[in-house]
Write a protein that binds this ligand. Structure first.
Ligand SMILES: CC(C)(COP(=O)(O)OP(=O)(O)OC[C@H]1O[C@@H](n2cnc3c(N)ncnc32)[C@H](O)[C@@H]1OP(=O)(O)O)[C@@H](O)C(=O)NCCC(=O)NCCS
Length: 266
């Protein structure tokens, strides 16, 4: 991953990686994930950056935007948000307008937050956002943040019809776990997935889109009965994957059964 990350930042020299979290968390983080230096920014000293993150999160997620207290209590206190930053002039228009900062000011281009769980080394993906389309900012900030956190496994909740599936699958195949517990706002189109993050070769191949398996089924991202049935099968113990690139022409790409060994034909 080191070589790939080096190439990414060489292609995009205006981008840099940072982390925003409570000062005491810095020592627990890998501040050079895949060889990329992370500037750790203690939340106690960076109130305006916290406000900027809130603004962008609320812009990205609309009615599911982050409440202020959740940022303080459940993001900054237990962990750290991974940030890709760039000069404000590079941001997409809605975010530029929302922040209204000078062109050369260093701002958040993309961000990822994963929360620690009671299982050591396991994280739950909470928020991914990017206002720098077209350079895989979302995939990179997610991959590097998870490395910074030392995550060996992650679970996440995603929506079948969200283009972010193309971002998540840049980290590898997504094993379907089942329906989303609780009363999630988008419960009818959401699912729970899990990813193993310990196979570096696979991760590199996925990031380069060389990790391509043959789907055994394609299911329309709007076919709720068929998607619900997949989740019930996963809950019953069947091994089912959403495979890269995840979403293709409105279809979800599914592999039923264990994946072939090796790098998927890379
Ligand atoms: C989802 C999000 C993070 C992606 O941002 P990003 O990483 O900058 O996205 P990219 O420009 O790299 O595009 C991601 C993928 O979608 C594809 N894509 C983008 N726009 C597309 C379109 N209109 N039609 C088809 N595919 C499209 C890209 O080609 C890319 O796929 P690839 O990696 O296979 O080439 C960003 O759109 C966002 O912040 N959305 C709002 C918040 C959200 O929904 N977060 C996810 C919650 S789980």
């Amino acid at each position: 991953m080191h070589a790939l990350a080096k190439r990414f930042f060489a292609h995009h020299p205006a981008l840099s990686l940072a982390a925003l979290g409570a000062a005491q968390n810095a020592t627990e983080l890998n501040l050079c994930p895949a060889g990329v230096p992370v500037e750790f920014l203690p939340a106690e000293e960076h109130n305006s950056l916290s406000r900027q993150y809130l603004e962008l999160n609320q812009l990205a997620f609309g009615k599911l935007g982050l409440p202020n207290w959740v940022l303080s209590d459940l993001y900054l206190q237990p962990g750290a948000i991974g940030l890709l930053r760039c000069p404000a002039r590079m941001l997409s228009e809605p975010s530029r307008q929302r922040l209204s900062l000078p062109d050369e000011e260093r701002v958040i281009a993309a961000a990822y937050y994963a929360a620690p769980t009671v299982h050591r080394g396991h994280f739950i993906g909470v928020s991914l956002l990017s206002f720098l389309p077209g350079v895989q900012a979302g995939a990179w900030v997610k991959a590097l943040t998870l490395k910074m956190l030392g995550a060996r496994r992650m679970r996440g909740i995603a929506q079948w019809n969200n283009l972010s599936l193309r971002v998540h699958t840049r980290l590898g195949p997504m094993r379907l776990v089942g329906h989303v517990p609780g009363v999630h706002d988008y419960v009818e189109r959401s699912f729970l997935y899990e990813m193993d993050l310990t196979d570096e070769a696979r991760e590199v191949a996925a990031m380069e889109r060389r990790l391509l398996f043959q789907p055994t089924r394609r299911v329309s991202a709007t076919d709720s009965p068929a998607l619900g049935s997949l989740l019930r099968r996963a809950e019953a113990g069947e091994t089912l994957y959403l495979i890269p690139p995840g979403l293709d022409g409105g279809d979800i790409l599914v592999h039923e059964g264990p994946l072939p060994a090796g790098d998927g034909g890379a």
